[in-house]
Write a protein that binds this ligand. Structure first.
Ligand code: ZN
Length: 441
């Protein structure tokens, strides 16, 4: 199936550009871009006059397994610290996950992402009662919805050495699956999945566990996806038990490289930031999650050039996350303006382009056809110079009309290509089952 997208206002974020163009999409890619392309045999012509076409949004840190947290029963008591938030909420939820609820929570999270125009997810998965095979279940769910993703399993010592080893093996199995099924970048239909080595956080990982993660990274030339200094407790633990900072500890174990994502970085010193920057790692900022967990405000203006945005499981609406980042930054008087956040949103495309080895952010010939169509009627002129301010105050996921991933429509004119009502009813059934299980834990 090939498409000729006519007369769209093609909009990119890094650098911000806006211009009327036609795009021809075939075999998962943009195969031609021009001011006036003629239809070819087999092209379906779609008139997008007055519509914006943007690269699909990328979420750099999320947990699809938390999709059923929305409206779940309250914890047995109100958590008094970040560790208690983990123990009383998230670690009860992830322990309750089984094969069925892993699948349906991932379907729910992926549907949410698709609706918001997010086409690529960097997921950080945990399901301690069902570790082996869990990443394939998450993959099947994401594939069902039709999105792109980079998956990993959160290695942790919290369940003992046997579970830690199962987590390592689960990462290995998925890294191997990706290597085996990976096509060359020149293949006509690019594949949808990549893998990282997942780890929970320094404070739940022994030296031996970190070494094992680093060995996997070396073996598969993979990045580490880990929570770093999300709360002060992670910093205090590294100081008390290992006499070092969290980032320095990762560096000492050879667990930092330029493919790695350090989520949060809320409580990092300049020295720690410098170690991560010199290793070229990405920092994933998750402003709504940080506010919700009351862990503090990450020093985003000091984290350097490789900052990306994640939702940390609070849906996958990157327009909303970027807007929250903007307002939080204003409120904290950081001096970060809308253009700063536009650059960060563009970084998310750079991160995903690096992971897949092909361009995901430029909407030019050869780019992957991961794109969204927005119906955004602005009362004021929209230009490449003021795009950032339209993103801060106007453009939202409500404007997303159609979503295409790998050259296939996932939603078209706000209609999902799947039977969404049926899927959501199965999600609700699975959520009830998960909530009942949580009460027993
Ligand atoms: Zn997280």
């Amino acid at each position: 199936m090939s498409y000729l997208l006519k007369s769209a206002t093609v909009t990119t974020l890094g650098p911000p550009t806006l211009g009327r163009a036609d795009l021809r999409v075939a075999a998962g890619r943009i195969v031609e871009r021009g001011s006036q392309l003629d239809p070819r045999e087999g092209d379906e012509i779609i008139d997008l006059t007055g519509k914006l076409v943007m690269p699909g949004m990328v979420c750099a840190h999320t947990h699809l397994y938390s999709a059923f947290a929305r409206g779940m029963p309250a914890p047995p008591r109100t958590p008094a610290s970040f560790k208690e938030i983990l123990e009383l909420i998230w670690w009860r939820l992830d322990r309750a996950l089984d094969e069925e609820t892993i699948y349906w929570s991932a379907v729910a999270g992926a549907l949410d992402a698709a609706r918001a125009g997010t086409t690529c997810l960097f997921d950080h998965h945990a399901s301690p009662s069902h570790i082996s095979g869990s990443l394939q279940i998450v993959r099947e769910a994401i594939e069902k919805v039709g999105l792109r993703a980079v998956l990993c399993y959160e290695v942790t010592d919290r369940g003992g050495a046997a579970d830690r080893d199962r987590g390592l093996e689960e990462n290995r199995a998925f890294l191997q699956w990706v290597s085996a099924s990976r096509q060359s970048p020149d293949e006509p239909q690019p594949d949808l999945f990549r893998a990282m080595v997942g780890a929970h956080a320094s404070f739940t990982l022994s030296d031996e566990s970190l070494d094992a993660c680093a060995a996997l990274m070396r073996e598969f030339d993979a990045g580490l996806h880990i929570h770093v200094a999300e709360d002060q407790c992670d910093v205090e633990d590294a100081r008390a038990r290992y006499g070092t900072g969290v980032v320095e500890r990762l560096a000492r174990h050879g667990a930092l490289n330029s493919k790695s994502i350090l989520a949060h970085g809320t409580h990092l010193s300049d020295e720690e930031i410098e170690i991560a920057r010199s290793a070229g790692t990405w920092f994933a900022h998750n402003p709504r999650s940080n506010m919700n967990n009351q862990v503090g405000y990450a020093p985003v203006e000091r984290l350097g050039e490789r900052v990306v945005l994640g939702t940390d499981g609070i849906g996958a609406d990157m327009f909303e996350e970027a807007r929250s980042a903007f307002f939080k930054g204003r409120d904290a008087r950081t001096g970060l303006d809308a253009d700063s956040w536009l650059r960060v949103m563009a970084n998310n495309h750079r991160l995903a382009s690096g992971a897949f080895g092909v361009d995901l952010g430029a909407l030019r010939e050869g780019s992957l056809a991961d794109l969204i169509v927005l119906d955004y009627e602005s009362p004021t002129p929209l230009t490449s110079d003021n795009l950032a301010w339209h993103l801060a105050f106007g453009i939202s996921s409500a404007s997303v009309e159609s979503v295409m991933v790998n050259g296939r429509f996932v939603t078209r004119n706000k209609q999902a290509t799947l039977d969404e009502a049926d899927l959501l009813s199965q999600c609700r059934r699975a959520a009830e089952k998960l909530w009942a299980k949580m009460k027993e834990l």
